[in-house]
Design a protein around this ligand. Sequence first.
Ligand SMILES: Cc1cc2nc3c(=O)[nH]c(=O)nc-3n(C[C@H](O)[C@H](O)[C@H](O)COP(=O)(O)O)c2cc1C
Length: 189
Amino acid sequence: MLKLHTIICSTRPGRVGPSVARWFHDFAVRHGKFDARLIDLAEFALPVYDEPHHPRTQKYEHAHTRAWAASVAAADAYVFVTPEYNYGPPPSFVNALNYVYKEWNYKPCGFVSYGGVSGGMRAVQLEKQLVTTLKMMPMVEGVAVPMVAQQLDEAGNFRSNELIDDSAQTMLDELFKWATALQPMRDGA
Ligand SMILES: Cc1cc2nc3c(=O)[nH]c(=O)nc-3n(C[C@H](O)[C@H](O)[C@H](O)COP(=O)(O)O)c2cc1C
């Protein structure tokens, strides 16, 4: 089965990212077409980019980079669960993207974004530009969650609705098509 990594991109204390990501990961498991795994960027504790060589060389000097590279390499597709900070991507996500290069290549990605009224969509537009430089293929279809605080119950669990579920289903269907179509390119890389 193709491997899907759902990545929690926010790393700050008190973040809501894990609630949204746990919901999406469970949805992806039920979707059934991927071997789905949940990845928490915070667990890698990446400092601001600190490798001396260009990531393309894969000459990683630090254990945190090797751990992150191994995780990124293991997936065939990604879903980035991302908030919007000041109309842009969270710096934790940009930093994590920069750390490796070839490990991202020829893999499709989708976005589950959340925030206030924008549903994080302004961040996603910028994130799409960044991922294409890493030779990822961003999905047109996406999941946007406006007013995310209203979607959390008293225990902090994310509560979806029909519109959000439909978006998730459509995005995963599309992601599966691309992940399958790009397999020969990943094999040849
Ligand atoms: C530094 C910072 C900037 C923010 N900027 C935006 C923004 O531009 N648009 C938005 O919808 N929400 C913004 N917010 C509110 C976030 O949507 C909200 O805090 C959300 O919980 C962040 O995700 P996280 O808790 O997973 O980190 C911002 C929050 C922070 C901490």
